[in-house]
Design a protein around this ligand. Structure first.
Ligand SMILES: Nc1ncnc2c1ncn2[C@@H]1O[C@H](COP(=O)(O)OP(=O)(O)OP(=O)(O)O)[C@@H](O)[C@H]1O
Ligand SMILES: [Mg+2]
Length: 561
């Protein structure tokens, strides 16, 4: 049987001698032979065992073989079992039909031919075995299909989940890009507007100052003029903020000791925030210096403090702290890995809801109502730290206060503290000289010329660098050149280079309205920030054409506000 499972064969006959005879014949098949001497016994055995073939004697005393077969067939479990009839009497065609109707599958006539009986039983036993094997295989197959289907369903749902996740990530990235583009174009627009506006303010301020000088000193008129000057100065502060937000302000980075800088501001902050707000500072010992424009950092910290004040109308506490931290990849968005000084201003104010927090750094976003906030405070601070190689991070919760962190790069070890340039305070006397003034904006040009003439100098006005060069070629009496930087055609920096090559002794001052691209300006050329006042102009002229020219041509800043 080749290791194959044996099947059961049930032999039913009322004569023990005949049963024995079948047993002898069939034992050669190597299957299990079960004997039953009556119909009852046969049914009992059938219920106990899984039977492949039943061999039934048609004529038994207490039960007709056909009846037994019919009973067997009625049971659903036995419907596929093979029933072979053994018949001692002559079987008529009618009997045959009755037998088949009762469920027989075959007949064996008496006298039994052993080979025939064996052959028939073997075929059915084999059929039964194969059917069982097939069923087992089928069940296994179904199990595997079910298993595989479950695996596929799982993989499918994982895939769907991943697709959803990726889609969400992509949408978030797109939204970020969109936001960045929006801020960038707003920055360009703001920068452009601020630049032109700055020039206009320059003319307004310059002319007002001259008007104040020339008019009789009537206190009424003075008050009006002073009001106009104050208004123009406020406008200049606003343009500065706009330029800062657009990351186009002129920065003068220095090595700054943050605790020193903050300590020197605390008194001023106390006065600005009022007695209801307690100010605390907390600095890590041995904090390394950072590199940033100290004036702009002060302005930024003041802006944050004012925001804190506005968030604490009933008073509270403002803590300014600083610590050093090494940043790894992607610890703080927008920061390159490296060493930073983190300055934090934490308030105990009303905090921000999610929408406000999200939009807080957006330029012109304010919750303070028209006329109370410009919405440029945080954008300016953000612009400053970004332009200084750092980043800003705001955390806030409604009702639980806000913290604004400014991350600024640690100054290189070899950076040497330079003394902060002292803005000239008094108008210095200088000899009268001939100044060539170059600006493509006629209003600014006229304003500067008027201020110079009022100081006793002679001004020659031209609208382009090219025209300026022509004048210099024909007029050797020019003592000084004051030129705008951003002009169509040749820029002020390019002009300064040419002048230095051809007339190395001739001093040149570049007047700039906003920071040009880094490296675009020659740091050795003295600069004057627009809008400048007459006293700034007087000071720089005196410095450059006076008896003792300045050893280091400092960038002279006349920042308003
Ligand atoms: N410390 C803070 N606590 C709660 N809300 C704040 C804080 N700082 C900023 N905000 C919110 O962010 C908004 C934008 O601030 P931002 O400084 O840019 O402009 P502003 O303060 O409204 O105007 P300006 O700075 O010109 O006075 C504020 O209007 C306010 O809603
Ligand atoms: Mg503000």
């Amino acid at each position: 049987m080749g290791g194959e499972e044996k099947v059961n064969i049930l032999l039913v006959d009322d004569q023990p001698g005949k049963l024995l005879g079948y047993e002898v014949i069939l034992s050669e098949l190597g299957e299990n032979l079960i004997k039953a001497g009556s119909a009852n016994e046969a049914l009992e055995q059938l219920l106990k065992n899984d039977v492949a073939v039943v061999l039934i004697d048609v004529c038994m005393p207490d039960l007709d073989g056909f009846e037994l077969a019919a009973m067997i067939r009625e049971h659903p479990r036995f419907q596929k079992m093979a029933i072979i009839f053994v018949s001692a009497i002559q079987v008529t065609d009618l009997d045959l039909l009755r037998g088949y109707a009762a469920g027989a599958v075959d007949y064996v006539p008496v006298p039994v031919v052993p080979d025939l009986l064996r052959a028939k039983v073997r075929v059915f036993a084999e059929l039964y075995r194969k059917t069982r094997q097939l069923e087992t295989l089928n069940a296994e197959l179904e199990r595997r299909v079910a298993e595989r289907t479950a695996e596929l369903a799982q993989a499918n749902s994982e895939l769907e989940h991943r697709v959803e996740e990726r889609t969400r990530e992509r949408e978030a990235a797109l939204a970020q890009v969109h936001e960045m583009r929006k801020v960038e174009s707003l920055g360009q627009l703001t920068g452009g507007v601020a630049h032109d506006f700055n020039n206009l303010l320059m003319a307004v301020l310059g002319n007002l100052e001259l008007v104040r000088k020339f008019l009789p000193s009537d206190p009424k008129i003075r008050r009006l003029i002073d009001g106009a000057i104050q208004g123009a100065e406020r406008g200049a502060t606003l343009t500065k903020r706009m330029l800062a937000f657009a990351r186009r302000q002129e920065l003068k980075p220095e090595t700054v000791d943050v605790p020193n800088l903050v300590d020197s501001m605390v008194e001023m902050l106390r006065r600005s925030l009022g007695p209801g707000i307690q100010i605390k500072t907390d600095f890590e010992t041995d904090l390394p210096p950072t590199r940033v424009d100290p004036n702009q950092l002060e302005l930024a910290l003041l802006n944050l403090a004012l925001n804190a004040r506005d968030a604490m109308p009933l008073g509270g506490r403002l803590t300014i702290s600083a610590h050093r931290e090494r940043i790894g990849a992607s610890d703080v968005p927008g920061l390159q890995p490296g060493d930073y000084v983190c300055i934090a201003e934490r308030d105990s104010g009303e905090g921000m809801d999610e929408v406000t927090l999200k939009r807080a750094t957006e330029p012109f976003f304010t919750t303070k109502g028209a006329g109370r906030g410009t919405g440029l405070g945080l954008s300016m601070v953000d612009g400053l730290v970004a332009q200084s190689g750092g980043a800003m991070r705001i955390t806030s919760q409604q009702g639980a206060g806000s913290t604004v962190e400014l991350w600024l790069p640690v100054a290189e070890a070899e950076a040497i503290e330079r003394p902060r340039p002292v803005a000239p305070q008094r108008v210095q006397e200088s000899r009268c000289c001939r100044v060539l003034v170059i600006d493509d904006d006629p209003i600014v040009l006229a304003g500067t010329a008027a201020m110079l003439e009022d100081l006793g100098h002679t001004a020659t006005e031209v609208g382009s660098a090219e025209q300026g060069l022509k004048i210099l070629q024909s007029d050797a009496s020019i003592d000084l050149v004051i030129t705008d930087h951003a002009m169509p055609g040749m820029t002020g920096t390019e002009l300064a280079k040419r002048i230095r090559r051809k007339w190395p002794e001739l001093p040149v001052i570049i007047a700039t309205g906003y920071a040009e691209l880094p490296g675009e300006l020659d740091p050795s050329v003295p600069r004057l920030s627009k809008p400048y006042r007459q006293q700034d102009l007087a000071a720089v002229v005196a410095q450059l054409v006076g008896e003792q020219p300045a050893a280091e041509p400092a960038a002279l800043n006349a920042a308003v506000g």
